[in-house]
Design a protein around this ligand. Structure first.
Ligand code: ZN
Length: 132
């Protein structure tokens, strides 16, 4: 499903070039390795950081993704017809964003990486043949 599209790499936190290697050291909710990006892809050896502090730029993406999640939560409260006060709505969105923070940070880094790297069918097929 979506394999070969940037959406696959972002949602499943896979290497933007081969879509097979993991992008992060551990699960986003693993506090010990909190959203730490691997140095290279374990499958295609793509270097994930093209310059020092490369992922600082993902903070801009994180802001946009956070706003998108906030709007989505607002729409969901309206869809389910929850009668929340303004304060209730604010608290609901704030708690949801705090709980989703590790995942938002992870997909923001994946989105940022996908701005600079593209899926390479040739490399992906080569890895698939080597692992079979
Ligand atoms: Zn890779």
């Amino acid at each position: 499903m979506f394999k070969g599209s940037k959406l696959y790499s972002i949602l499943f936190l896979k290497c933007p070039q081969c879509h097979q290697g993991n992008f992060l050291e551990a699960h986003p909710y693993n506090i010990k390795h909190f959203n730490k990006v691997k140095d290279t892809c374990p499958q295609c050896q793509l270097k994930y950081s093209i310059e020092p502090s490369f992922y600082y730029g993902s903070m801009y993406v994180s802001y946009a993704v956070g706003v998108a999640f906030g709007v989505a939560i607002f729409v969901l409260t309206k869809l389910f017809n929850l009668q929340l006060s303004l304060l209730g709505l604010f608290v609901t969105i704030a708690i949801s964003l705090i709980l989703l923070m590790p995942y938002i940070g992870a997909i923001s880094k994946a989105i940022w990486a996908n701005f600079f790297f593209s899926y390479n069918t040739k490399i992906a097929n080569q890895i698939r043949c080597n692992t079979k």
